[in-house]
Design a binder for this molecule. Structure first.
Ligand SMILES: Cc1ncc(COP(=O)(O)O)c(C=O)c1O
Length: 408
């Protein structure tokens, strides 16, 4: 039986997370399915950042490094991210971009396996991961990169020459999920170290770093930290004394105000800090982490599965020819759904024009992210019917949708 908008409204009424939508400032008339790229703006963010600007900076000036906790922001913010990735206090440091943290993690991991020269990487991973691995291999000496493809198993690539494996938990194109524990165990059985990229995991699915050696991720997607928000690095406690930060700046020094001529690493995860933190960006991120502290990730996951499954079901009904590239089994899917269409780019542009915001990724993929904190079931209904209309009436053929913008 067809799912109606009224059915979806009933689901919204019974949704245990429904009140959280009021925490977000969303433009009227827009169904925002891009929380997997840039999360929506929490209402409390503007006030928090204004306080940091006007009071901490404007009134207290440099004193705020001590009195407002600016100096400790990388650790204090990391401790708030930690529960979202199954890590403990003192294990996560917030800062830099994901790309820089990948470099730091790879460069810290390689010397922990000094007799091995291979880095295993996924060619279908988000490109920055592979680009950074290439840069690290070049900068750090004679390392070889061994590639696998999206969803490929590691069987056959894990020789005793492999030092490090870098993979994403959730695939950025398809939303397909890898099994963190099984893959980490397989990598460890081969004597190598495991680095996970959790960009599409934290706040989207309950993820635990488990036995992983390092992990990295961003906070501007599902965590709603704001454009360019500080990323994070997880360093397993067992590596924290031996692992070294390749960008050994003064914020990671054991005695930064000793102004010693030579570098000595701080204890714990703090040694992965480098230079002055962007305080205003941390302020925005911490506002959004207040919301995450009220949320039960099991409820988030249950709603995420329900939202993505509803979208798939509606498209099955309304436009069954569209090729689903995300796993049909919700257990194997993150919080996004992707479809392939030869003209995916103009389709997305036509959708955005009608208030349904998704994005486009080569080759031919239309991505739709489902952020359970602020999306309603009726939004999913409206998005699916609009997509079916754009496809059915071929509205995407309009000339104005053909020209590529810089950001797709
Ligand atoms: C898996 C993954 N890694 C890394 C990034 C981006 O890295 P950065 O935060 O350095 O821009 C993205 C961006 O979408 C991503 O999806």
């Amino acid at each position: 039986m067809a799912i109606t908008r009224a059915d979806c409204h009933d689901l919204d009424v019974r949704d245990p997370l429904r009140e959280l939508r009021d925490e977000f400032s969303l433009p009227p008339g827009v169904v925002y399915l891009l929380g997997n790229s840039l999360g929506a703006l929490p209402r409390r963010t503007a006030e928090r950042v204004a306080h940091t600007v006007e009071t901490e900076w404007g009134l207290h000036l440099g004193e705020s490094w001590n009195t407002a906790g600016w100096w400790d922001l990388p650790e204090s913010t990391g401790d708030r991210i930690a529960p979202l990735i199954g890590a403990g206090p003192g294990e996560v440091l917030a800062g830099e971009s994901t790309s820089v943290n990948i470099f730091k993690a790879v460069a810290a991991a390689l010397p922990l396996r000094p007799d091995r020269r291979v880095i295993v990487s996924d060619l279908d991973n988000f490109p920055t991961d592979r680009y950074v691995v290439e840069g690290a291999a070049r900068a750090l000496g004679s390392y070889e990169i061994r590639d696998i493809g999206s969803g490929d198993s590691l069987d056959g690539v894990l020789g005793n020459d492999v030092a490090v494996v870098l993979l994403s938990h959730v695939d950025y194109r398809t939303g397909a999920m890898r099994d963190v524990d099984a893959v980490t165990a397989q990598v460890h059985a081969a004597g190598a170290l495991m680095i996970w990229d959790l960009c599409h995991s934290a706040g989207a699915v309950p993820v635990k770093v488990g036995a992983a050696d390092f992990a990295v991720g961003c906070t501007y997607k599902y965590l709603n930290g704001g454009p360019g928000a500080p990323a994070y690095i997880y360093v397993a406690p067992r590596h924290q004394e031996a692992a070294r930060n390749v960008i050994s700046g003064w914020h990671g020094h054991a005695a930064p105000f000793g102004f010693e001529p030579h570098y000595r690493p701080a204890g714990g995860v703090r040694r992965f800090a480098t230079g002055s933190p962007p305080v205003l960006a941390y302020s925005a991120l911490n506002a959004s982490l207040d919301i995450w502290e009220q949320v039960d990730m099991r409820e988030v996951r249950a709603k995420s599965v329900a939202l993505t499954s509803l979208f798939v079901e509606l498209i099955d009904q309304l436009h069954p020819d569209l090729a689903l590239v995300s796993p049909r089994d919700p257990e194997r899917r993150g919080s996004q759904v992707s479809y392939r269409h030869a003209d995916g780019y103009p389709v997305i542009r036509a959708l955005i024009d009608r208030g349904v915001v998704g994005d486009y990724r080569e080759p031919g993929l239309m991505r739709f992210g489902f952020a359970p904190l602020y999306l309603r079931y009726v939004d999913v209904h409206d998005a699916a019917t609009t997509l079916a209309e754009v496809l059915g009436k071929e509205l995407w053929r309009d000339e104005q949708y053909q020209r590529r913008l810089t950001v797709t």
